[in-house]
Design a protein around this ligand. Structure first.
Ligand SMILES: CC(C)(COP(=O)(O)OP(=O)(O)OC[C@H]1O[C@@H](n2cnc3c(N)ncnc32)[C@H](O)[C@@H]1OP(=O)(O)O)[C@@H](O)C(=O)NCCC(=O)NCCS
Length: 283
């Protein structure tokens, strides 16, 4: 194994390569190459507070984008055979972002993603699970795609197969396993859409005046991500009692039924309000 701790252009006899022509002082670096043909490509304008990458196998690739606004990132990554992590420009992390990809998988973050503390992005499960009946793997690696200007809330986890479109927000402690359309808030485990047609801004509530920000006009310049959600709202999820009663679940196979565009906040509010009204009437 070759371990480097200084970020500079590098190549070893096994064709493991670091491409970096920057001169900025960088934070704590550890890059471990165990196989051959691995490649770390760091933009000269990148801002690394910490980088700990293990290329465990062969032909892995990690690209780290530009950070012209000086936003810093701290990333720990494990990269397996033929696998890729692509971090776009203007990424920021609060604390250490943990990432993992194996078996030809890809994790791609577009520009301007904001990652809060204690988040994980994992395309693989680290260990295989097999069907006893067929002997086949049941937990293959699945690619992850995170669009521009996505905000991952604190302690959120993004798992294989997740696709979060531009401008969306993932709530604190959520686990994303499926598709989150653009300009939505998705929360919970697995994450469900609770708000559509939203836009978020990086402007901090306490660090940037004005210290009350009741509407978009209080911010001045806005990001270019003020778009309505494009995906159609998914049909309401089947009620729990249908399966409890042994009945088949109509709609369970409908698009979005597995956590994609579930019933929105308004629907759940209506259901709750109806229940409250029925209780009052019964009293
Ligand atoms: C995602 C978030 C920003 C959404 O805020 P919001 O739009 O005001 O959402 P609301 O509080 O109105 O909640 C909407 C619904 O989602 C639920 N919800 C909100 N956040 C949730 C979460 N993290 N996990 C599970 N459910 C959540 C609410 O209970 C509510 O459900 P209901 O409609 O059935 O009552 C916020 O909940 C959150 O997670 N904040 C933390 C952000 C963070 O990590 N900051 C760290 C620094 S970057």
């Amino acid at each position: 194994m070759t371990v480097i701790t200084v970020l500079e252009s590098f190549e070893d006899a096994d064709g493991n390569v670091v491409e970096y022509r920057g001169t900025k002082p960088q934070g704590k670096i550890r890059v471990a190459f165990s196989g051959s043909g691995n490649r770390l490509v760091v933009h000269p304008g990148a801002s690394l507070e910490g980088l700990d990458v293990s290329f465990d196998c062969n032909n892995g690739t990690m690209r780290i984008g530009n950070n012209p606004r000086g936003r810093k990132i701290t990333v720990t990554a494990r990269i397996g055979e033929d696998s890729t992590i692509d971090l776009g420009d203007d990424l920021s992390t609060t604390g250490r972002l943990a990432m993992s990809v194996a078996e030809g998988g890809t994790i791609r973050l577009a520009a301007g993603v904001m990652v809060a503390a204690e988040c994980q992005i994992r395309a693989d499960d680290a260990h295989p699970i097999f069907s006893i009946r067929t002997g086949k793997r049941v937990n293959p690696v699945k690619d992850i795609e995170i669009g521009e200007h996505v905000w991952l809330g604190m302690r959120s986890v993004v798992l294989g197969g997740a696709r979060i479109e531009r401008g969306s927000v993932i709530g604190l402690g959520s686990v994303v396993t499926g598709h989150v359309p653009n300009n939505c808030v998705a929360v919970g485990a697995p994450a469900r859409v609770v708000r559509r047609d939203i836009a978020w801004e990086r402007t901090h509530l306490t660090l940037k005046p004005p210290y009350y920000k009741p509407d978009a006009a209080s911010l001045g310049d806005l990001s270019p991500y003020w778009d309505l959600t494009e995906a159609p709202e998914a049909p309401a999820r089947p009620r729990a009692c249908a399966s409890a009663c042994g009945a088949s679940s109509p709609g369970a196979d409908a698009p979005g039924a597995r956590g994609h565009f579930p019933a929105g906040r308004d629907t759940s509010r209506r259901t709750r309000d109806d229940a409250a009204r029925r209780t009052r009437e019964a009293e």
